[in-house]
Design a protein around this ligand. Structure first.
Ligand SMILES: [Zn+2]
Length: 92
């Protein structure tokens, strides 16, 4: 979880950093999302996947995996979603 705190990373970057398969990272991220839902000091942010060819953004997509194909132009050049945990700084 600390790898995502105030640093934006994709599942494949996390897989490289941790040395675990991407599938495992996605399962772990799903768990992180659930546990942060009740956390008032931290927030999970998802930067959605987008199409490299036409710029289509997968805003409606809540899954953590990379979509296979762009619905707008059918390109398979899709940038993976990126994740970040934002900490809400307590002032005073
Ligand atoms: Zn596209």
């Amino acid at each position: 979880m600390h790898l995502l705190t105030d640093a934006q990373r994709s599942a494949s970057e996390l897989a490289g950093l941790i040395g675990a398969p991407e599938r495992e990272i996605e399962e772990h991220l799903a768990h992180v999302v659930r546990s942060l839902a009740k956390d008032s000091t931290r927030r999970f942010l998802l930067d959605p996947s987008r199409c490299h060819d036409c710029g289509f953004v997968f805003r409606e997509r809540t899954r953590l995996t990379t979509p296979g194909r762009c619905p707008a132009c059918r390109s398979e050049a899709i940038a993976p979603p990126r994740f970040r945990i934002e900490t809400r700084s307590k002032k005073n």
